[in-house]
Design a binder for this molecule. Structure first.
Ligand SMILES: [Zn+2]
Length: 108
């Protein structure tokens, strides 16, 4: 399977809103094929392998479900189970230990 080519956007206004909602200082969120960061630098993100793998899993989920499909599932899961038990988040947390997942993405 072809690698997902993705981008990083630092100081993202979308991630800033997410950080505020979540009550955290630093956050990464994936929208399509862009990883939006707020409160963390590109280098901080790239040097945190578990964090990278986590977001790589979300990139793969977008590829699997499509943009709207991911969004619908994510919002539904969050409303039904909350953030922590959202199945897309459970999968992404498991992916933090996946030694191969980063082979499936390419950060431009
Ligand atoms: Zn996540």
């Amino acid at each position: 399977m072809e690698k997902i080519k993705c981008h990083i956007r630092v100081n993202s206004p979308f991630a800033r809103i997410a950080a505020k909602v979540m009550g955290v200082k630093g956050i990464a969120m994936v929208l399509g094929r862009t990883i939006h960061l707020y409160g963390a630098s590109r280098l901080e993100f790239l040097s945190n392998i578990a964090w990278l793998r986590h977001e790589a899993c979300h990139l793969l989920q977008y590829r699997q479900y499509g943009y709207a499909g991911f969004m619908c599932r994510y919002l539904w899961e969050s409303a039904r189970r909350g953030y922590y038990n959202n199945r897309l988040e459970v999968a992404a947390r498991l992916a933090e230990n996946d030694q191969h997942i980063l082979n499936r993405i390419e950060i431009l």
